[in-house]
Ligand binder design. Structure first.
Ligand code: G6P
Length: 317
């Protein structure tokens, strides 16, 4: 994967292709006119349809047989099936698809705050409708780029003008994303962010490798006053409740999901990681998933017109 870009100044509008600048589709509310989405032409392997609760959903279909689904509401990837049909992501059974509450599962966006903090837990990006900025197909790999901009709802919590672009590309055995945040305001702003990835799993068999030596902020027992420490384990398991931040995490982490897959998570510029399993706090489903999150826990500071970009690639061997 490309190892790009800590921070760059981009002229506004340059991040969008001419296609998207001219034909950007906007669906701010949950009452989205799916018909208008249907009438557009998208790149090969990119389809729009009605998902759960009538919410618009983008499907990426690879000629190799892998598939991904992304809801515009929350810019949330809810499914990533590899060519054997197995979905490696997990959506919680209590997830709602009503365009009001965030979708609990898949890969929710946490922006502009990971939390806890002054605004709603994990920020508002998972609670807003993203629009389609572009679609593409490169050597058979379908790509969708979603966009989120400030509106009165976001301004009521965080009074800044911003643009986030989220490019999702499906390959035969992997899914990669590029998140770019641009300050479109006249004043600087700071944010924290994460991709709160839920992997399908059998928690008793789950192990995470690659985090030994990292500084930790353990949010158990008090998320507002995390305990500082250092990870000494080569192999991290989940015998009980886990909610822990790993600072300066490596560019590669391995997750054995306990159901036959080792998932390789690579990143560029997602400097931190978070492990979470709620254990008995979610008695009905905690055994079935583990969250391994790419995160940016320290504040990213952007001056007007500056951008920040981070890449994630999840792959099975
Ligand atoms: O239930 P949510 O708002 O989606 O958050 C679920 C969890 O996400 C993260 O992993 C945090 O570290 C946890 O503190 C939080 O409880």
């Amino acid at each position: 994967m490309a190892t790009s870009v800590a921070m760059a100044s981009l002229p506004l509008g340059r991040a969008l292709t001419p296609w998207s600048a001219d034909r950007r589709l906007r669906f701010r509310s949950s009452g989205i006119a799916l018909a208008s989405l249907d009438q557009k032409t998208y790149a090969q392997g990119v389809k729009i349809s009605e998902g759960n609760g009538g919410l618009p959903k983008v499907s990426l279909l690879s000629p190799h047989g892998s598939e991904a689904e992304i809801y515009l509401f929350g810019g949330c990837i809810t499914s990533w099936k590899v060519s054997n049909g197995k979905d490696l992501l997990f959506v919680r059974p209590d997830a709602v698809f009503n365009g009001k509450k965030p979708i609990s599962g898949g890969i929710p966006q946490c922006f502009p705050q990971f939390g806890p903090g002054p605004i709603q837990q994990h920020g508002f990006a998972r609670n807003m409708s993203w629009s389609i900025a572009d679609s593409d197909n490169v050597e058979g790999d379908p790509i969708i780029t979603l966009e989120l901009r400030d509106d009165p709802y976001s301004r009521s919590m965080w009074d800044f003008s911003f643009q986030t672009l989220y490019k999702v590309k499906l390959h035969s055995n992997s899914l990669s994303t590029v998140l770019t945040v641009t300050n479109t305001d006249k004043k600087p702003f700071s944010f924290t962010t994460a991709l709160h990835t839920y992997f399908r799993a059998s928690i008793a068999g789950v192990s995470v490798k690659g985090l030994k030596g990292c500084k930790t902020l353990n949010k158990d027992p008090d998320p507002s006053n995390p305990l500082e420490g250092k990870e000494e384990r080569e192999v991290i398991t989940f015998p009980g409740f886990v909610d822990c931040i790993y600072l300066d995490a490596p560019k590669e982490i391995f997750v054995d999901n306990g159901i036959g897959d080792v998932i390789n998570i690579q990143n560029s510029n997602w400097s931190d990681a978070v492990l979470w399993n709620p254990h008995m706090q979610m008695e009905s489903c905690y055994k079935d998933f583990v969250c391994v999150e790419n995160a940016k826990i320290g504040q990213v500071h952007l001056e007007p017109l500056q951008s920040w970009t981070a890449e994630q690639k999840i792959a099975i061997s």
